[in-house]
Write a protein that binds this ligand. Structure first.
Ligand SMILES: NC(=O)c1ccc[n+]([C@@H]2O[C@H](COP(=O)([O-])OP(=O)(O)OC[C@H]3O[C@@H](n4cnc5c(N)ncnc54)[C@H](OP(=O)(O)O)[C@@H]3O)[C@@H](O)[C@H]2O)c1
Length: 254
């Protein structure tokens, strides 16, 4: 397929490279960040386009990989055409692309950083489209990338996105806090890697609810009070208390 992309950030980079590797032709990389689009266009042998209006619409698919708040503005700025236009957001409804005769959503339920290009193998793509033909095209595209798919509506996708924020963004923030606590004692973050890896491995076999351990799960008040004394930070104490209470109540209320 002939594919163009708006954006040169985390998702644009990971999709562009995976799509090119799967045999698709990336025609243009468009956007506002001149350095970003030039560099990504070079990597995938595409043309960099600094404005949205001159974008070539004689392609099969236009992917909008821009931040959520910019989607409406980008959609308004693009010329009308029959090209299938899709966005990659978990939280923005499909309607934002209503002006395009063929439109949809191609949301990868994965975390991406442009500095680390990762395979899309087994990644679930949440797909929504305005016609069955467009839905099938996106479904085939996901399969060609070795990915999985879920055909869900905008409301269901929003729920997936909230769940992903808990599962990925919040847990990653906890790793960052753990790293800062260890740094104060000059202990390398590496000591936690086996624990983090086992936490993830364990939930392949157990539900996260059954896999929970720790002082809050055991309701060990003495250990929790000692931890709170050691933190010496109002912000961290607040987080510790709040999350511990949430863990404890999860097992007493349900
Ligand atoms: N990162 C993830 O893990 C992930 C996973 C799944 C889905 N998503 C979704 O994918 C989309 C892109 O996320 P991302 O992480 O790739 O974001 P990102 O790294 O911040 O990149 C966003 C891109 O949009 C461009 N942009 C911003 N405003 C624009 C405008 N008004 N006109 C044209 N281009 C504009 C940015 O250019 P500048 O560099 O100039 O700002 C940048 O190239 C979002 O909808 C996000 O929710 C992200």
């Amino acid at each position: 397929m002939k594919i163009s992309i708006v954006g040169s950030g985390n998702v644009a980079t990971n999709l562009a490279i995976n799509l090119k590797d799967a045999g698709h032709r990336i025609i243009q990389i468009a956007g506002t960040n001149a350095a970003g689009i030039t560099s990504l266009a070079y990597r995938v042998n595409a043309t960099a386009v600094n404005e949205l209006q001159p974008i070539d619409t004689s392609i099969d698919l236009l992917l909008l990989c821009v931040k959520d708040q910019a989607l409406e503005q980008v959609a308004n700025a693009l010329p009308k055409s029959d090209t299938l236009v899709v966005h990659t957001s978990g939280s923005v409804a499909i309607d934002v692309l209503n002006k395009f005769r063929n439109h949809g959503v191609f949301y990868p339920l994965q975390t991406f950083s442009k500095e680390h290009v990762t395979s899309l193998n087994q990644v679930p793509f949440c797909i929504e489209a305005n016609t069955k033909t467009n839905e099938d095209l996106l479904l085939n595209l996901a399969h060609e990338l070795g990915a999985k798919h879920l055909i869900i509506n905008s409301q269901q996708r929003k729920q997936c996105h909230v769940a992903a924020v808990f599962a990925n963004n919040f847990s990653n923030h906890m790793y960052a806090i753990a790293e800062s606590i260890l740094q104060k004692e000059n202990i390398p973050f590496e000591v936690l890697r086996p624990l983090i890896q086992e936490t993830v491995r364990k939930i392949e076999f157990l539900s996260p609810k059954d896999a929970q351990t720790g002082p809050a799960r055991r309701n060990d008040k003495a250990v929790m009070a000692d931890h709170l004394n050691q933190l010496k930070s109002d912000k961290l104490e607040k987080i510790y208390r709040f999350v511990s209470e949430s863990i404890a109540s999860y097992y007493t209320l349900k």
